[in-house]
Design a protein around this ligand. Sequence first.
Ligand code: H79
Length: 575
Amino acid sequence: MSDTNEKIPLNRDKRMAWWREARFGMFIHFGLFSIPAGEWKGREIGSYSEWIMNKAEIPVAEYALLADGFDPRSFDADAIVCLAREAGMRYIVLTAKHHEGFALFRSRVSAFNSVDASPCARDLVGELAAACARVGIRFGLYYSHSQDWHHPGGAGNFWDPSQQGDYDAYLDTVAVPQVRELLGNYGPVSVLWYDTPRFMTAERAGRFQAVHAMQPELIVNNRLVSFDTRAAVTPGDTETPENFIPANGCPGRDWESCMTFNDNWGYRKSDLNWKSTETLLRNLVDIASKGGNFLLNVGLRGDGSVPEENAASLRSIGDWLGRHGDSVYGTQAGPFTRRMEWGRATQRLNPDGSVTLYLHVWQRPETGVISLPGLRLEPLSGRMLSTGIPVTAVLSEAGVDVVLPAKNGGELIDVAVLELPGIPEIEPDRPQLDELGRIVLSPLDAELSGPDDAKPVVTGVDGNATISNLTRSGEWRVIYNFEVPEGGLWLVSAELAIGAYQRLSVSLLGPHGTTVTTAFNASGEGMDDFSIKELGVMRLHPGLQALEFRSEMTDLRPLLARRFILTPIRERPAS
Ligand code: H79
């Protein structure tokens, strides 16, 4: 009886096995905030709808009255689980308690919960846990452990003095005991999703970690311990980039991009800015191509129902996954070092040593030929995943060229499958060096993303290739992946046409979606023609790097970008 001791958590690889296959999960935000749905006393309250108590500075006693009207009559756990399954999702994470402090489960340590404080007297955590168990979908819980705007001492409530109290006492009498209830009362819990770890020292985190042993298979995210110290203490099992996809994933770590369907986590009545099915599917594929999972959020309405727009979109994604699941579930990050304009790749290592390469084509070139740069291995065979139509792939000067059949009009993303005799070794990108030893990044090398109605686009060819439609700052992303031949200081300049008062920046991105270095430049007085602007100096390490270009505009001003040029600066040898 060696490894049957429940107190010993299974090692990470064993615990993560199902999660690494799963690729796609459903986040559910539900709480009292779902009732006002972004509006308080006839006034639209900005920022996230689930932050309404904070943003409208609603007193604790007044906010608690919402519980009297909490009536999730359309919360149907079986229907939600069924929808998640139809969408091809493999796990669900429900907000058991968000920052507002209201628990969606029976709690002995606080009556502020859906069973004791609301006439509905329902334990929604229990209902969803049971529904998940019935169909075998993994069940997970979000728990706001540090921020709690209701219980005295909980972090984050700056507006209501009646909520003041001792933070450690709050942890010991509310947060830790509630996590114990969640892990003890509902059968298997696969994921515990902490959030906003304000004030969470290693010692405080330890009080929660002691409880995790109740669920030996539990996967815990990286938000238990404060971000300054977590790397030293415990990084958690998963990185959790929020509302973005890191350019190079999170090398060496399991990771999951969580994302909103629109611009709120909680339901907001006025927010109809739903991402299109195509965007969501691209996100899923982009994330899979970098080895991560996609946790897509649904904000339930006040009555517990799923907005129809979300349900329809989820079913379309599931429909596509029904035909293309092989290219997503259980696959690994694609082998290519360079982003390719036509789409994204994933791969599967087969037991016999061969490799199946999946090419997700979301922008079919007019020629019908896509190239796989740096691939020096002749494919054994090729076919389209959903139709079986054969695909030819031939070695070219730069790698392998794949000749696609005509676009399948019925598919949002076509997938071509190549069988390779072994693991594809990708020749590293040659740095794009010009004759002066400078790295020149063309708009054609940029990875562009943004919301459907504000996506950067490239027009023109060669030296005139220009990134335009850079309108709403903070919403678009322009990222360059490139190889640095030599470490040291580099001057970053860019060929830009810019309007007045723009603050431009380039940031070197770290491995986990962090910013390592930033160089800034404030612009001239008026809109000008293209000219080379020096943005600043950065220290670059040799090897693959990702650079992000941004602007901070106060309003809509024109901005056009051409080449980015990195010039090595010779440092004086230290004397
Ligand atoms: O549950 C969702 C968010 O409510 C929660 N995490 C996701 C999964 C979250 N809490 N805080 N944050 C995310 C980031 C902090 C955002 C803030 Fe703000 C910026 C807090 C104050 C300024 C956004 C804008 C929230 C309030 C105003």
